[in-house]
Design a protein. Sequence first.
Length: 306
Amino acid sequence: MKVSFVIAVYHNEGAISKTHEKIQSVFSNELNNHEYEIVFVDDGSKDGSLKEILSLKELDPRIKAITFTRNFGQMAAMLAGFKEATGDAVINISADLQDPVELIPQMIEKWQEGSEIVIAHRTDRSDPLLAKIFSKIAYGVMRLSIPQMPSGGFDFVLMDRIVMDEFNAIDVRHRFFQGDLLWTGYRTSCIPYVRLERTIGKSQYNFGKKLKNFLDAVLDASYLPIRFISLVGLITSAFGILYSLSIVVSWLAGGTPFQGWAPLMIAVLVVGGLIMVMLGVIGEYVWRINEEIRKRPNYVIREKFK
């Protein structure tokens, strides 16, 4: 059996060699009856990441490398690596040593027992408090439309060849990895773990990238925003009708509907704000439709090293 590793690289100089060393160690010991290959995808790094990958490739012919013309994002790097992977199973793992390589034998065991997707999901993470809160809120929202999503999310995952081929066949611009994978419906098992603290380098996964991933999850993997807009519209309309009735009743009773302009201004501001939010969500959908029509690739490869 051959296992492919796909590793997206962006400013991971120093951690790449250690990641390779750990994978090599696992296959020299517990998994010495399996073959492996490692597909590193350099996502436009400006440090010495590519040089480090090519140095390792000279020592280990099982390493493949892909480099982009610029930074296209982690999802694009993963997609390129998935298409290049040739193993019977494919494992997506981070290059920053935060995913425990020690879990790989357990993941492969579950795969051999019949699981087509083996998810190593995060039960906790060594991140700042604000990042943990954002993560809990984001995945809580995602689980409303994808109930099978693990509460802490996942990136460290093993996929059977049949799953990988099905995943690669999905041709859309904005991809949400976890949602697309779970959507396939293949037999899935989970292994919980605590995400390790990053010891080398600084994370490039900033708030803007997290927000982009969250929007991809909510807008592309579910109908939640449209349903939410409809619900808010119905509730607002109901309150508007009730308020209108109260004004009519007050007028029939000879009273003054309201004192001054405050209630009118509040109603205008609230409804106006809701309309702007709704238009923003609809605009996001229109832009994504436009992106699909343009059919631009998710990434541009500068060079492949096989």
